[in-house]
Design a protein around this ligand. Structure first.
Ligand code: BES
Ligand code: ZN
Ligand code: ZN
Length: 465
């Protein structure tokens, strides 16, 4: 299994022969960027280079060989612009490069390297890819390396098609992650889920040929602050008996994106040996269709105790998460974070790039906002709007898992989840998309890590105070 595409292939040792890459704003370029000779400038202008966002200009030396690279960063002021050069990692010819310092910009090894690795990523498990990639030379920054590893791991997990990433394979990847950091793993699966009181995980996953399961990892000193990560690991979402139309089902291999993201984040935390007691819980199920599938109108028992009326079998993620959150909550963690590709509504509200999150904890929200800006990983807080709790009313059970009318779909899903969290000192829920639908400078089309660079940055700052 070739999970964890290695980001180190995009890095090289410090080298005096590395080609300089100049990152230039439009205005820097128009003011005759000081490092450029007249001939360089003439070349750049005559090839149409202006410094606009994402533009690349290969500049030859006297011998006709590549001498330097100009890369346009537009105004250089927008969110994430310091990551723009990421694109170079998949467009430059193979060779050694360094980012030029000087009049134009300050070096930031963390961002420079992380962006380069993220942009260079490609998912090659199912094809031969022998060509070499351009390498960014210099002393490797440890956080850039471990964040890139986490991001690559997450992307690989999401990109792997459901035929090779069912509940069993997700469990294998979970065990592999645990093993590489000497973490302990417990797995509860199949009918054991009923015996050990995970009725909703079982109900959602029982129609699949691969048994549903709860994956549970623990790592770190028990005396450290308890941080629990919970991920939606729906390895494929057909919608169940409320079957999705083809166009909506096409991308549903990514419905384990929450699990993939918390696993990528767990890698970063454990690799950095942050002083926390980490727990990772993943509900790994396939929302399949069979004679024993759960149905609209069914009433499910829950780990937490209340009963849930099923309004639509396509709203399966919140059921799986409900039992997993209840499990995490029993340990009274200091902080519980869940991530899930939970609703289409979140996408309608935020588009594919910005991850909405929900929390009652203002300090968490502010700290995350700061980290998000620092590491260029966009998140945005949405409200746990209590009056909408009434939309989850049911006439036959304690609660309905969907709202009538579908208003505020991401909010009502978050409110449903909040009912399973009682003892955690702080809780945050991320309704992520987990996918890049059209190529970005820092990512090819495919699975994406979202919010975990910001979360890692925040947790590292908090725990090293
Ligand atoms: N996995 C989907 C949500 C989803 C769809 C995320 C597309 C990202 C892109 C989830 O299980 C789902 O189908 N949710 C339904 C809920 C509805 C039936 C209340 C939705 O959002 O339409
Ligand atoms: Zn669904
Ligand atoms: Zn789903």
């Amino acid at each position: 299994m070739h999970l964890n595409t290695d980001p180190m292939r995009h890095f090289g040792r410090t080298s005096s022969s590395a080609t300089a890459v100049h990152l230039l704003t439009k205005s820097q370029f128009s003011k005759n960027a000081p490092d450029l000779s007249k001939a360089d400038l003439a070349w750049a202008k005559s090839t149409g280079f202006s410094g606009s966002k994402g533009q690349t200009c290969l500049v030859p030396g006297d011998n006709g060989k590549l001498a330097k690279v100009l890369f346009g960063i537009g105004s250089g002021n927008d969110f994430g612009d310091p990551m723009l050069h990421a694109k170079l990692a998949r467009t430059l010819p193979a060779g050694k490069y360094r980012l030029a310092e000087g009049d134009h910009r300050e070096a930031n090894p963390l961002i420079d390297q992380l962006a380069w690795a993220m942009g260079g990523y490609s998912f090659d498990r199912y094809r031969d890819r022998k060509h070499k990639t351009p390498a960014l030379c210099g002393k490797t920054n440890a956080d850039a390396r471990r964040m890139a590893e986490g991001v690559f791991f997450t992307r690989d997990l999401i990109n792997t098609p459901a035929s090779d990433m069912g509940p069993e394979a997700l469990e294998a990847a979970f065990r592999q992650l645990a093993k590489s950091h000497a973490a302990r793993v417990r797995v509860i699966k199949g009918d054991n889920l009923l015996k050990q009181n995970f009725p909703m995980v079982h109900a959602v996953g029982r129609a699949s040929s691969q048994a549903p399961r709860v994956l549970d990892m623990s790592w770190g000193k028990p005396s450290h602050p308890k941080i629990t990560l919970v991920g939606k690991g729906v390895t494929f979402d057909t919608g169940g008996l409320n079957i999705k139309p083809g166009s909506s089902m096409a991308l549903m291999k990514k419905d384990m994106g929450g699990a993939a993201n918390v696993m990528g984040l767990a890698h970063m935390i454990m690799d950095a040996k942050l002083p926390v007691r980490l727990r990772v819980i993943v509900g790994a199920v396939e929302n399949a269709i069979s004679g024993n599938a759960f149905r609209p109108g069914d009433i499910l028992q829950t780990r937490k105790g209340m009963t849930v009326e099923i309004g639509n079998t396509d709203a399966e993620g919140r059921l799986v998460l409900g039992d997993c959150l209840a499990l995490g909550d029993e340990q009274k963690p200091d902080l519980m974070i869940d991530m899930a590709t939970l609703t289409g509504a979140a996408r309608v509200a935020m588009g594919p790039e910005v991850s909405p999150f929900y929390t009652h904890d203002d300090d968490f929200a502010h700290a995350l906002d700061a980290a998000s800006n620092e590491i260029h990983d966009p998140v945005w807080r949405l409200p746990l709007w209590q009056p909408y709790q009434s939309m989850l009313g049911s006439k036959v059970a304690d609660v309905n898992h969907i709202s009538i009318g579908g208003f505020g779909g991401s909010i009502t899903a978050a409110l449903f989840l909040s009912r399973f969290v009682e003892h955690a000192k702080s809780w945050a829920h991320f309704d992520i998309y987990g996918w890049v639908p059209s190529e970005k400078l820092w990512a090819p089309v495919g699975g994406e890590a979202q919010a975990i660079r910001a979360l890692y940055t925040m947790l590292k700052a908090r725990t090293s105070r």
